[in-house]
Design a protein around this ligand. Structure first.
Ligand SMILES: Nc1nc2c(ncn2[C@@H]2O[C@H](COP(=O)(O)OP(=O)(O)OP(=O)(O)O)[C@@H](O)[C@H]2O)c(=O)[nH]1
Length: 260
């Protein structure tokens, strides 16, 4: 029996999905086409829509969350460095206040495009919320991370954003960064928190700057890696990272706790 005869499109309540997709600028195939193909397209487009930020077209926070978890897993297994950058437009409220919300939206779109143009295809750029963005850089060594962050900061500060009103606007961003601890299964919250602390530092030290936490130095012998990988390969979330009780972070502040 052909797949199309299994589904009668007229019996499905597709109007909301159709309206959502059309509002998102997606083009649906003609519903006279094969029903399975039509439904597959609707499903694909809805999935894509659910992972994208509608204003900037970047990945949204939900997608970012899934990539962070995947990256933590990769770093725990491979020991390769991965860097998380949190970026925030400086004094963005003033942009809205002085030029209006639509101008603010236009600035967010230009910044998003610039960020996406500064990174490798394997990196993930997402809108975290408001005027805050995040970038995950897998396989990123210490010095390279600093260089990428500086390149991004400079690219944004070099922008001359043309508003509809004719005004040309210049903006800056502050960037905080933290590396995922290697050979350890951390949590997304702890990783994001550490990058956020660095972002706060960049803001409080004057904005338009990059602050990246020193990469934790963790000496793990081949034997210890073997011990780690035993439970990890069985899916045991045995190791987590936690922040020291005194609230400090970084190479001296991070402690590794065995959870058993
Ligand atoms: N246009 C526009 N504005 C937004 C959007 N989301 C958040 N905002 C605005 O972003 C502004 C953020 O302001 P604050 O959190 O005070 O930060 P700031 O002015 O950038 O100051 P610093 O971060 O300390 O440099 C607020 O005015 C929000 O209304 C959006 O989608 N579009």
């Amino acid at each position: 029996m052909p797949a199309s005869s299994l589904v009668d499109l007229r019996q499905l309540r597709l109007n909301d999905a159709r309206a959502l997709l059309e509002h998102g600028g997606q083009r649906l195939p003609d519903d006279q086409t094969d029903a399975t193909q039509f439904l597959q397209t609707v499903i694909d487009q809805l999935s894509e829509l659910s992972l994208k930020d509608p204003l900037t077209g970047l990945s949204n926070r939900r997608y970012f969350q899934s990539i962070v978890l995947r990256e933590i897993e990769m770093v725990a297994r491979s020991g390769e460095s991965a860097l998380l950058l949190m970026l925030d437009i400086d004094h963005f409220k003033t942009v809205n206040d002085q030029h209006g919300h639509p101008a603010g939206d236009a600035v967010l779109q230009v910044v998003a495009k610039t960020l996406a143009g500064c990174v490798r295809p394997m990196d993930t750029v997402a809108r975290f919320g408001g005027e805050e963005f995040v970038i995950i850089l897998p396989s990123c060594q210490g010095q390279y991370g600093q260089q990428v962050a500086e390149r991004i900061r400079e690219a944004v500060s070099a922008l001359k954003i043309q508003l509809n009103s004719g005004v040309t606007l210049r903006i800056t961003i502050s960037i905080g960064g933290a590396f995922a601890p290697r050979w350890v299964r951390s949590t997304s919250e702890l990783w994001v928190d550490r990058a956020d602390i660095e972002l706060y530092r960049a803001k409080s030290e004057g904005r338009n700057r990059v602050c990246i936490e020193a990469q934790p130095v963790l000496a793990v012998s081949a034997e210890e890696k073997h011990l780690l990988f035993g439970p990890l390969s069985l899916g045991d979330p045995a190791w987590i990272e936690s922040i020291a009780n005194d609230g400090s972070t970084g190479s001296s502040g991070s402690v590794m706790n065995r959870m058993n």
